[in-house]
Ligand binder design. Sequence first.
Ligand code: XMP
Length: 255
Amino acid sequence: MSFRAKIDHAAKEKFSNLILALDLPPSEPHQLLSRSINLLEEVHPYICAVKINRHLVLPLGLSTGIKRIVNLAHDLGLPTIMDCKINDIGNTNRVIAEFYYNVGFDSVIANPFVGWNEGLQPVFELAKRKRRGVILLVYMSHKGALEGYGQEIMNPKTGELTSQYLVFAEKALSWNADGAVVGATFPGKIEEVYAVLKEHVPIYSPGVGAQGGNIEAAIMAGTRYLIVGRAITLAEEPARTAKLLRDIIQRCADK
Ligand code: XMP
């Protein structure tokens, strides 16, 4: 099954479009591992995928701790996304993606700033061979995103002035990316990106909770999947919080 089919299937099975960003504050590796496992076992009924970041990869290592978490997620019916923001030359990008795919990740996140030729082409080719996903950054959720993703540029195809993120949205479409990340903190940008992607490439939005993004505004603008970390991982009752967020997302999506 392709990554897209897997996450779509999980979303339908769990009645959830909520992705858990499994980010925990730094502590001893054995504590991080057991906390991650407990958290996943608590919240899995309310989420459709797990996104992992350097918060866990650096202390736990790929072949030991991370592999256990990825396997557990799969046993719970959840696809896994590695938020590695691949951003180097093609050969290095392919090696990075290969390590993550080999440990079992269903998708990676990559940065379109590096371009296609000798940039992300090798990652997309590898993903196709392995039936895994590549999700592209289009507009990040933090304020400084304006300086790069938001800069005004000349559209290389038309010669007209446009915004960097709109060109990235076009690339997500033409490269057949499996998703496009646009921060929930910028619903106006989600709407513009959705106008380019429509239902061809689903929008993934981090930025709800700790970063102040609004679920309803993001969904109404075109977001398909909400990515939430600290609002769940630092909550006193993570399962209750995840269920609450899941219910809000589904209510908005049904409107
Ligand atoms: P919080 O705690 O803010 O965590 O809910 C969000 C998670 O998502 C990551 N993040 C992003 N990842 N594009 C990405 O690919 C983005 O624009 C973006 N904004 C936040 C963040 O590192 C954390 O893991």
